[in-house]
Write a protein that binds this ligand. Structure first.
Ligand SMILES: Cc1cc2nc3c(=O)[nH]c(=O)nc-3n(C[C@H](O)[C@H](O)[C@H](O)COP(=O)(O)OP(=O)(O)OC[C@H]3O[C@@H](n4cnc5c(N)ncnc54)[C@H](O)[C@@H]3O)c2cc1C
Ligand SMILES: NC(=O)c1ccc[n+]([C@@H]2O[C@H](COP(=O)([O-])OP(=O)(O)OC[C@H]3O[C@@H](n4cnc5c(N)ncnc54)[C@H](O)[C@@H]3O)[C@@H](O)[C@H]2O)c1
Length: 450
């Protein structure tokens, strides 16, 4: 039986970062990844990197009469992803302390896993410690005809489909739904979002949801709330989607249906029932230090049923590394306030509380709001839509911010740093920023607070 001090199941963000550090420290590592197309995990192969690559190309200004070339963008994406995948593999596999096994793992007991290879063979691996980082996968709702339709794709297939849809129907108006609507509309597809909730962007403040809705209206993206999809039927070159919208029957047609109805932790087929590891409806149960109920097993990233973001998986690595090699003080508590970005055009970034939440919690706040159009950089970048908004408490500390403007995804990191380091707003108000940038909007925005 193969033995290692550290056995990783899944080559995700947390696993690859922790494996590298432990191997560099001279500890033996076995990294088990199911697919040779997934070295480096979901983010680089089928999620953040390819989706933001296509988003960025779709957002670039059209020069003269030259349309944005979707097929070319997908081909370039394949090149980029292929080289990142190999870079990720070699960064780990080339270390003398590491063995990478390409096969699917399942537990036999708390210390032992069996790896099944594509050629039908298998082997057992014994780990003093085992780290589960198997990620999540798209949920396919049980709608008659949906899974079997030749027009149905998940984000994974969509990002690699070289044909631009003419009529794209997206089921689900969450992160993936909103981002793919933006990207594919910009490449030239007609996009309709069908979401079952009655409210658009239900998790967000109404003010910003309305601003995004207005921007979608302008772009020609149709957003339909309170939509219950009942059935999908293939009819020649198109699918017919029957649904009710606010209780009234409606038909939609599409040549591509993107299912974006959430992602569920990859815990099936892991053999967890043979271990003392516990699961719940969201994934593997862990404590604040990411320990499972088996004392030698940790779970990190999407599989532990928390927020599904690459930066969370990366932070999970920090928590576990601190336990193994540091003081063990780091925990999930530090992840309470993190920045989020939905890559729309302009992007929407948020952190902490919005006005509605502060009001609901009875927290006193002062608010500053600045139109993006006030910033020269927004005009240079050709998109002056949106606004920046920040909330501060009686103690002059930031409570939260909503940035719906170009470069929001960069500027939000400054506010995140300020919140975590308890920097009073006056510091950013008077900070010297490079010019012309969107960061300098923080000077003008916070000046409004006096
Ligand atoms: C389209 C899309 C866009 C996204 N965009 C963003 C974004 O912009 N920003 C952001 O922060 N997050 C984004 N996310 C979320 C982000 O991709 C995930 O939260 C993150 O990749 C999860 O990483 P992880 O470390 O949990 O594991 P993953 O990177 O998912 O790795 C899990 C690995 O385990 C392997 N595996 C699974 N089961 C087994 C097994 N039994 N044996 C062996 N190997 C196994 C899988 O093949 C996979 O390689 C996006 C997600 C999607 C789908
Ligand atoms: N920029 C980013 O950070 C980014 C980008 C993409 C994905 N992600 C991550 O990936 C996760 C998965 O994304 P997602 O968009 O699939 O999930 P999501 O949870 O963000 O949104 C799912 C949406 O689908 C809707 N829905 C569910 N079932 C439905 C049905 N049967 N009919 C119609 N609507 C239905 C829900 O109302 C919800 O609005 C996100 O939660 C996020 O953590 C992050």
């Amino acid at each position: 039986m193969r033995e290692a001090k550290n056995v990783f199941i899944g080559f995700g963000k947390a696993a690859k970062t922790l494996a590298f550090k432990l191997a560099k420290a001279g500890e033996s590592v076995v990294m088990i990844e199911g697919s040779d197309q997934m070295y480096g995990g979901t983010c680089i192969n089928i999620a953040c990197i390819p989706s933001k690559f296509l988003y960025t190309l779709s957002t670039a200004p059209v020069v003269g009469t030259q349309a944005r070339n979707y097929k070319q963008a997908v081909l370039s994406k394949r090149g980029l992803i292929g080289s990142l995948r190999m870079k990720n593999l070699h960064k780990i596999a080339d270390l003398p302390a590491v063995t990478v096994l390409t096969g699917w793992a399942h537990f036999d007991d708390d210390h032992t896993v069996t790896v099944s290879y594509a050629n039908g063979s298998s082997e057992q691996v014994h780990g003093e410690r085992i780290f589960i980082n198997t990620g999540a996968k798209a949920i396919m709702p049980a709608i008659p005809g949906l899974a079997d339709s030749k027009f149905t794709v998940t984000s994974t297939e969509m990002l690699d489909q070289a044909r631009l849809p003419k009529q794209l129907v997206i089921i689900g108006g969450g992160y993936i739904g909103l981002e793919f609507a933006t990207t594919y509309q910009q490449f030239g597809a007609q996009v309709t979002i069908l979401d079952r909730k009655t409210q658009f962007m239900a998790r967000d403040e109404r003010e910003v949801a309305q601003a995004v809705h207005d921007q979608f209206d302008q772009a020609g993206i149709k957003v339909i709330q309170d939509a219950q999809v009942l059935q999908v039927t293939d009819a020649g070159t198109q699918a017919q989607i029957s649904a009710t919208v606010a209780g009234t029957p409606q038909m939609f047609t599409a040549d591509t249906i993107l299912v974006a109805t959430g992602r569920a932790a990859n815990i099936a087929n892991l053999g967890l029932e043979k271990t003392t590891i516990q699961t719940n409806d969201y994934g593997i149960v862990v404590d604040d230090h990411l320990r499972t109920d088996a004392t030698n097993v940790w779970a990190m990233g999407d599989v532990r049923g928390g927020a599904q973001f690459t930066f969370i998986s990366l932070d999970d690595y920090r928590i576990v590394y601190d336990q193994l090699m540091g003081q063990g003080k780091r925990s999930l508590q530090e992840q309470a306030t993190v920045p989020h970005t939905v890559f729309l055009n302009p992007p929407l970034s948020t952190i902490g509380l919005n006005e509605e939440q502060a009001t609901a919690q009875g927290i006193n706040y002062r608010v500053a709001k600045l139109p993006a159009a006030a910033m020269p950089k927004a005009h240079i970048l050709g998109n002056s839509a949106g606004y920046l908004k920040a909330l501060v408490g009686d103690d002059d500390q930031f409570l939260g911010a909503t940035l719906f403007c170009v470069e929001a995804h960069e500027v939000i990191n400054i506010l995140s740093l300020a919140m975590h380091q308890h920097v009073p707003y006056q510091v950013l108000r008077d900070q010297i920023f490079a010019h012309p940038t969107m960061s300098e909007a923080l000077n003008d925005l916070l000046e409004l607070l006096g």
